[in-house]
Unconditional design. Structure first.
Length: 195
């Protein structure tokens, strides 16, 4: 029997808890840090725990590849009484062949939900400094990106327009190969929530 995505998430969660309780350690962590001065300065118990969890997670990723277990989970976003379900790569799993296509196939429904829910709202591009952005600019981004994700606060709706590697798109260092434009829709000014 092959484990499901949800079962792997549960296993990873249990392992993370056990690791932080000190029940899992890697005794060779000093060998993994290339700088002996840094290795001596760090808390060895904590570093042992980090490497133990990373090693375990790497084994889960190998299992995913071997058994083609998807890293995709389905999230729900509700705004103003309307809801949408969309796919997202779980932050502790990897994408296997076919996962990115699932993300790509959901783009249109996420975008349609966004436009329907943001009528009459103002838009801001969330970057280093938030700046207003036009509907035309958002449309340009939409045609250039591969998939979309959405999230909501009480009075704001957040759109992520993403491209590249689903495991790297959230990191600044991955640009320009992977990335995500974050758009905020709000009736007035956006809140100070960092998206």
């Amino acid at each position: 029997m092959t484990y499901t995505t949800q079962q792997l998430i549960k296993i990873l969660d249990q392992e993370l808890r056990a690791t932080w309780k000190g029940e899992r350690v890697v005794l060779s962590c000093q060998d993994r840090i290339n700088n002996p001065v840094i290795a001596k300065a760090l808390n060895q118990d904590k570093i042992n725990q980090v490497f133990a969890y990373q090693d375990f997670r790497r084994q889960i990723h190998k299992y995913q590849i071997q058994h083609r277990v998807s890293g995709i989970i389905w999230r729900s976003c509700t705004y103003q009484g309307q809801s949408i379900r969309y796919p997202e790569l779980h932050n502790q799993l990897i994408a296997v062949p076919g996962d990115k296509e699932i993300l790509l196939n959901a783009k249109e429904s996420v975008i349609n939900f966004w436009w329907e829910m943001t009528q009459g709202m103002n838009f801001w591009l969330s970057a280093h400094h938030r700046r207003p952005i036009s509907c035309d600019s958002i449309e340009d981004f939409i045609t250039e990106v591969e998939w979309a994700e959405i999230d909501a606060a009480r009075t704001e709706l957040y759109l992520g327009l993403c491209w590249g590697n689903p495991q790297e798109y959230q990191y600044q260092w991955a640009k320009p190969d992977s990335g995500c434009h974050r758009i905020i829709a709000a009736v007035d000014e956006p809140s100070s929530i960092k998206v």
